[in-house]
Design a protein around this ligand. Structure first.
Ligand code: TXA
Ligand code: MG
Length: 339
């Protein structure tokens, strides 16, 4: 297929066209406040099947249904507990996905046969307009090739999925840059299955203590977090402490080994040089918003190794560190003084 990239602000019929494509079983990438999603009509099993194929996504990894109205969640759920209503009232539209028990209306290809369905109302006008025009829920996994970092710009989607999907709705870079927080509300207290752009601390400010699923409690996790994920091609090394001497030593030894070295820094500084690129991200919002874009830029530059500074921000810090640990395969470089 030919993939059409439509700038939403320049083509007034873009959303109507895209909704038409969805209704006839096509695939449309669309912006949300977190990352770009790849949309298909949630009730069209063939369309959803072709979405798995376009992404190269394992069929046992369920999809999030994107809705524009709380009533659409109620329609799919076997039960909407009071706590789910409360969370939806506080945080929708927004970067929160709720896992609810479903009533069988949603096709099993969407839920990978699970008794639950994940639902979210994105906080983006284009996404909401598209869902409304389409008329029903649309599934929306991140619009990347499976295994690559999620796309935060339309160009990222084009890089991964050109020729495999019908339309990309381009509305510029996304505001948050990291995926939604997934909360299982079928249990009490609720459990976070995936940290995301809505900080755990902010959720707890509203409803009190909630649990964070253990990384090794395999079955309690969002199935998708099992796969190598959120990571660039290059090896990622996490600097546990903002320690200029450790950074310097590491850069020198990698350069000496003939590597192309990328750095993602926020408090430390380092000059660029031959085979050495430095991306500075100022503040936790920028780190979160630009992380995947930086991974992709450094991959394009063909870095062999990416050295990333840790963050201990009280709100988004745990989310960013979750993605960094996954990207690093959980390895870190302890500071020599920390032993
Ligand atoms: O911010 C986001 O959530 C983005 C935007 C596009 O909305 N979407 C996104 O979708 O990140 P995806 O498919 O890349 O990640 C969805 C995650 C996967 O890890 C999947 O396993 C999990 O949600 N998931 C989906 N349905 C589930 C369910 N019923 N129970 C547990 N986890 C579920
Ligand atoms: Mg994804």
């Amino acid at each position: 297929v030919t993939t059409r990239l439509l700038r939403v602000d320049e083509s007034p019929s873009a959303i109507t066209d895209a909704a038409q494509v969805l209704r006839s079983g096509g695939l449309v990438a669309f912006p949300t406040e977190t990352v770009y999603g790849l949309g298909a009509d949630a009730f069209n099993e063939r369309a959803v099947g072709s979405l798995f194929e376009a992404k190269g996504r394992p069929m046992d990894n369920p999809l999030i249904v994107h809705i524009a109205d709380f009533f659409q969640a109620v329609e799919l759920a076997a039960d909407v507990p009071p706590l789910a209503r409360e969370l939806a009232a506080y945080f929708w539209p927004g970067p929160l996905t709720l896992v609810l028990s479903h009533n069988g209306k949603i096709p099993p290809v969407v839920t990978a046969g699970l008794p639950t369905v994940a639902v979210r109302m994105p906080d983006h006008k284009v996404a909401l307009d598209l869902i409304r025009e389409c008329g029903g829920g649309i599934v929306g996994p991140s619009a990347n090739t499976s295994g690559k970092p999620s796309p935060t710009r339309a160009e990222h989607v084009l890089d991964d999925l050109n020729g495999k999907i019908d339309i990309i709705l381009d509305a510029g870079p996304t505001k948050k840059g990291i995926e939604s927080t997934i909360v299982d509300v079928t249990v009490d207290p609720p459990v976070i299955l995936r940290l995301g752009s809505l900080p755990q601390s902010v959720i707890e400010d509203h409803i009190g203590k909630i649990l964070l699923t253990e990384d090794d409690s395999f079955l309690r996790r969002a199935p998708g977090t099992r796969y190598r994920h959120y990571s660039p091609r290059a090896e990622v090394v996490l600097l546990n402490e903002a320690d200029a001497a450790t950074l310097e030593t590491l850069i020198e030894s990698e350069l000496a080994a003939g590597k192309r070295v990328g750095c993602l820094l926020h408090s430390l500084e380092h000059a660029e040089g031959k085979n050495l690129r430095v991306i500075r991200l100022n503040g936790i919002e920028a780190i979160s918003r630009m992380l995947y874009d930086a991974f992709r830029r450094l991959d394009e530059w063909q870095s062999n190794i990416i050295i990333v500074e840790s963050t201990d921000d009280p709100e988004l810090g745990p989310t960013v560190m979750d993605r960094l640990r996954r990207a690093a395969g959980y390895s870190g470089v302890p500071s020599p003084t920390a032993k």
